[in-house]
Design a protein. Sequence first.
Length: 130
Amino acid sequence: MVAGRDGQVDGGCGGHEGHAAGSRVTVRGRVVRRPRGIRTAEGWELASLVLGSGGARREGDVVLVVCAGPGAVGAVTRLEAGDEVIALGRLVPRRAARPVDDAIEVVAEALVARRGEEPAVPAAEPRIAP
């Protein structure tokens, strides 16, 4: 669930069905850059956001939070850089093509958010070569 700017609660963070294993965690931080979301033609929804501490600027200072389920895209993409978020979920390892790119992400079962108090300076968006 996501508590929106107006205090309303929206559904949309159901976690991933097949990832029952993993350590349960609670992560608190600020949204570092604009959350991303995708909605497929089949109706699947997946959204992600990067959380960091107030001064997180390096890659190792942030954590990727993934949210899936009906309403995930609409709920998560309403967040903005600087918003404070608490994510409850499970740590899930992700294997990459190269071992150096392996990662652990938080698969969220619930999110609680509130508007940031100070204006945030968003981190640079990653660029994709043409």
